[in-house]
Design a protein around this ligand. Structure first.
Ligand SMILES: Nc1ncnc2c1ncn2[C@@H]1O[C@H](COP(=O)(O)OP(=O)(O)OP(=O)(O)O)[C@@H](O)[C@H]1O
Ligand SMILES: [Mg+2]
Length: 241
């Protein structure tokens, strides 16, 4: 078992329609830390997460998930909210208990413990009163909270969250930051795409700056220098290399 890193990415290249979006990406995500993935719109942050999670194919390179207690890690994923089809007919409760299925298999119904865990995570995200509502009828921030509750129910070792703070109010942002710290205290690894430079050093331990390639990675305060930021964000927001 690799004690230091939860996942290692080597030489990762991803292309859409033969146009490379990420080139030769090398990233080491530290175990038990909270890591920000930062970069302008179109930099390839979502593409990176999806390729790491095998949701889209890679052109070349490798992604190595290091074992946790001698078994493959359980990975939780909260997608970027724009990419979710919120019109599917399901209640908040359905969405959250779906988080149990990875452990249960599709056939089994959630057991009492699973129902209790689902309720506990809904409460943690302040969503227990919305359990019976259709997910399509919630506000964007409420949908986000329901999806985070679903990821928590998975009791993952590593959480990947694509812009968890997007569109949430100040109180929810605080809840999510506290949640990150709780997960970290439990020895879990958190990776989140983040845009707000003013809160990054407060919320995160580590940062990976990307714009089609890795510009810098390391301790968040050391990584977010003026020089690295201008290298990452310079030019267009389209992230053309
Ligand atoms: N399915 C797709 N087909 C073709 N091109 C795509 C596809 N998805 C993303 N792209 C392109 O790949 C590039 C990177 O997109 P990606 O969604 O990874 O950026 P991002 O860093 O997550 O941006 P944002 O901050 O806006 O979420 C963009 O130029 C985008 O237009
Ligand atoms: Mg994105």
């Amino acid at each position: 078992m690799n004690e230091e890193y939860a996942v290692n990415v080597r030489g990762l290249t991803v292309a859409y329609d033969s146009r490379a979006v990420l080139s030769d990406v090398n990233i080491d995500i530290k175990r038990g830390k909270i890591t920000a993935i930062m970069g302008p719109n179109g930099a390839g942050k979502t593409t990176l997460l999806k390729a790491m999670l095998k949701l889209i194919p890679k052109s070349c390179g490798s992604v190595t998930w290091n074992e946790v207690d001698g078994r493959p890690p359980v990975i939780g994923y909260v997608p970027q909210s724009e990419s979710v089809d919120w019109d599917f007919p399901a209640t908040v409760w359905d969405v959250v208990t779906m988080g149990c299925y990875k452990r249960l298999g599709w056939i089994k119904r959630p057991k009492k413990e699973d129902r209790e865990l689902s309720l506990q995570m809904l409460k943690k995200m302040g969503m227990e009163k919305c359990a019976d509502r259709q997910i399509s009828c919630l506000s964007g921030g409420q949908q986000q909270r329901a999806f985070i509750a679903r990821a928590l129910v998975q009791q993952a070792d590593i959480y990947f969250m694509d812009e968890p703070f997007k569109g949430v109010d100040v109180a929810t942002e605080k809840t999510i930051v506290e949640l990150f710290r709780e997960l970290k205290n439990e020895g879990k690894t958190v990776v989140a795409v983040h845009h707000d430079l003013s809160t990054a050093a407060d919320y995160f331990d580590e940062a990976v700056l990307i714009n089609r390639r890795v510009i810098m990675q390391g301790n968040v305060k050391a990584a977010l220098t003026q020089e690295n930021l201008s290298l990452t964000y310079r030019g267009t927001t389209g992230g053309e290399p």
